[in-house]
Design a protein around this ligand. Structure first.
Ligand code: CTP
Ligand code: MG
Length: 233
């Protein structure tokens, strides 16, 4: 089985509000995209990494990843699209014919433990065709649709993380079927398991990891800085 990881890093990071694209923002002196790529490589479960990058920052990504120690794992860059879904589709289109397992992972989940990457690949090897790491919801929830406020039972809800792992042929089909949604942020999927579910495919859930949280806001970035500072001391 040849395993390729698509590392999505082509977003601007509007909610973070940094001058740089989010994946180039440093934490503990290292860019988020390099932290994330190192985590994938350190799992020992990934043969190649394809990073989606914003067109106008490609050289900065090439510099950052070119000098990172990634344990010999090959890295290629692909210019991303208007949405995360379009970026993943662009990376998928460039994968070689020998790839049969694809992970899709957010660079914004920069602190994801290598062990989680290994567990997702193991679940695909074990027969899961669309594997998704999940955590329970810890906050209370309400549904505010139609200007009404209704409490929601959180006990059966889960937060979805990455890396998600797929049978390559299934992921190709899922993206082909949803291609018409990819150009518009309001219609595009925010993850890939949901595209497989839309084809009626069952999802395989594995336990997620708290450290795989997505860095979205300035507070998340500060949390990542503290966690990496603790690791170093
Ligand atoms: N991403 C991508 N291509 C896009 C949009 C997002 O590859 N057109 C990537 C981001 O770089 C990120 C991951 O998808 O690693 C998850 O997206 P998100 O956290 O929403 O990042 P951004 O889109 O950059 O942030 P924002 O939505 O706040 O602008
Ligand atoms: Mg986004």
């Amino acid at each position: 089985m040849r395993v390729a990881a698509i590392l999505t890093a082509a977003g601007s990071g509007r909610r973070l509000g940094h001058a740089l694209p989010k994946a180039l923002v440093p934490v503990a002196g290292v860019t988020l995209v390099v932290h994330a790529a190192r985590g994938l490589a350190a799992s020992g479960a990934v043969d190649e990494i394809v990073v989606t990058v914003p067109a106008d920052h490609r050289p900065a990504f090439a510099d950052a990843l070119g000098t990172a120690d990634l344990s010999g794992v090959t890295v290629t860059l692909v210019v991303g699209g208007a949405t995360r879904q379009a970026s993943v589709a662009a990376a998928l289109a460039g994968l070689g014919p020998d790839v049969d397992v694809v992970l899709v992972h957010d660079a914004a989940r920069a602190l994801t433990p290598p062990s989680l990457v290994g567990q997702v690949v193991d679940a695909v090897r074990g027969g899961g065709r669309a594997v998704v790491p999940c955590l329970p919801v810890t906050d209370s929830l309400v549904d505010v649709a139609d200007h009404e406020v209704r409490p929601v039972d959180r006990s059966t809800l889960r937060v979805v993380q990455t890396p998600q792992g797929f049978d390559r042929a299934l992921l190709d089909r899922a993206h082909a079927a949803a291609g018409h949604r990819a150009g518009d942020e309001r219609a595009a999927a925010t993850d890939d398991a949901s595209l497989c579910a839309a084809l009626g495919e069952p999802l395989t859930v594995v336990p997620g990891a708290a450290a795989a949280f997505k860095i979205t806001t300035a507070l998340d970035l500060a949390v990542a800085e503290v966690l990496l500072g603790q690791e170093a001391s």
